[in-house]
Design a protein. Structure first.
Length: 275
């Protein structure tokens, strides 16, 4: 079978965007994701026909390890860029993107950046899911590899744990990331962010993504970190997030409101691959 695809990225967080009636099997996704023998990507974004009148298209997200996940912020922005490049786009600048957790609104901005409305943040342990008593608490402590760690937990359409660090350069992303991702607290695993607050309008961030490892950028990770910083009273309602691959902007008005993610989305090349 020949698969047509577009290779895209948001700040180096890279994707293959393709469409069809039946998504590849997990072993096929893993083969395509291999950076030595396949195309190489962090996630496969699989486009399907809309499942209701409330959406223009439906997409599924597959990690490099073949696992399917709920949402991907940079991926959603790349899908909007992909749709804007379609021959029949006719200067369209907004789309309703359906995914397993709902519908995301995406917009192509005047400066050619792409904004996407991520889900309303949810701190309920059941929403992540997370093994913890229900209540108003969002800060937790856990002993991991004989280290006592403090982190915040939030769902922004997918599960995130955010740790505050003094410096992202020295943050133990490669060790604590995998250990927390697969911790028994998180039955569906979690994305693990390491946040350094620079000032009220800027943070620095590294993210270990479940099923992938550390990525150059993570859109929902940026949203989760800003949401956590806002809730603790440290951050403004619009924040620049500095990631290894570049900068994103995150806007969040507060509890009960959706969070917006803004940044570049680049189409690197198109191709055809046998699967």
């Amino acid at each position: 079978m020949q698969l047509q695809f577009a290779k895209m990225h948001g700040l180096g967080n890279d994707f293959v965007v393709a469409r069809g009636a039946a998504a590849p099997a997990p072993q096929q996704v893993r083969a395509l994701a291999d950076r030595h023998t396949g195309i190489g990507f962090d996630q496969l974004l699989w486009l399907e026909a809309p499942r209701s009148a409330a959406m223009d298209i439906f997409y599924r997200v597959f990690n490099a390890d073949g696992s399917e996940v709920e949402q991907c912020g940079n991926g959603a922005r790349c899908i909007a860029r992909y749709l804007a490049d379609e021959p029949d786009a006719d200067r369209r600048r907004s789309w309703r993107l359906g995914f397993n957790g709902g519908v995301a609104q995406a917009e192509l901005l005047a400066d050619d950046q792409v904004a996407v409305q991520i889900a309303v943040p949810n701190f309920s342990p059941a929403a992540l899911p997370m093994n913890a008593p229900e209540g108003e608490q969002y800060l937790y402590s856990e002993t991991v590899a004989d280290q006592s760690l403090e982190f915040a937990a939030v769902s922004v359409g997918n599960p995130h744990a955010v740790l505050r660090v003094a410096s992202i350069e020295s943050a133990p992303v490669a060790t604590w990331g995998p250990l927390l991702e697969t911790h028994e607290r998180f039955p569906s695993r979690a994305n693990i962010g390491f946040m350094q607050v620079v000032d009220t309008e800027r943070i620095r961030l590294r993210v270990h993504e479940r099923g992938v490892g550390e990525t150059r950028a993570c859109g929902t990770g940026a949203c989760a970190a800003v949401v956590v910083g806002r809730r603790s009273g440290e951050l403004a309602d619009e924040v620049t997030v500095e990631l290894p691959g570049g900068e994103l902007r995150v806007r969040w008005a507060g509890l009960g409101e959706p969070v917006w993610l803004i940044g570049e989305a680049v189409r690197a090349f198109d191709g055809v691959v046998a699967i």
